[in-house]
Design a protein around this ligand. Structure first.
Ligand code: GTP
Ligand code: MG
Length: 137
């Protein structure tokens, strides 16, 4: 479909990078369908990253994602999921292409500034978790 879900992670909020990152997202052709500042509970973060629950970094990942608020948003564009993953760059900022959001704003693999859904199915699930129909425009 033409929608994806993103979170500007706690490090982006802490560093004051929300404005710069949103500017880059909208300048890249994404329309903001829904958006809010929200603080994930431990249970939220555990469920969100359930797929990584057996990995050694899971506890650290949950701590990171719950240490402060995130900006959650639904974005619209043709080919949204794939194009947004391209815009944010590789999971590890050391491997991210020049000009990508993670290259510009991420400190490390463990603090990588932004989330982007990895499939249309997950984009719909993640968006619906955070927003009701009346909050999408
Ligand atoms: P998300 O958009 O957040 O889902 O990132 P991703 O799809 O690029 O990566 P993935 O889903 O594989 O991993 C989810 C998150 O776990 C990453 O964004 C990292 O924050 C974290 N992570 C992944 N691998 C490692 C690792 O080896 N060490 C640490 N500390 N964190 C990791
Ligand atoms: Mg992922």
């Amino acid at each position: 479909t033409n929608r994806t879900f993103t979170m500007l992670k706690p490090d982006s909020v802490e560093k004051g990078n929300i404005g710069a990152i949103l500017e880059k997202i909208t300048a890249s052709g994404f329309r903001i369908v829904a958006m809010k500042l929200t603080h994930l509970t431990t249970q939220d973060a555990q469920a969100f990253y359930e797929v990584h629950s057996e990995r050694p970094f899971y506890g650290e990942l949950v701590e990171y994602m719950t240490r402060g608020p995130v900006v959650a948003a639904i974005l619209e564009k043709d080919n949204a999921v794939e194009d947004f993953r391209t815009l944010i760059g590789a999971t590890n900022p050391d491997d991210a292409a020049e000009g990508t959001i993670r290259k510009l704003y991420a400190a490390s693999m463990g603090e990588n500034a932004v989330h982007g859904s990895d499939s249309d199915e997950n984009a719909a699930i993640e968006g619906a978790f955070h927003f009701s129909g009346r909050e999408m425009f």
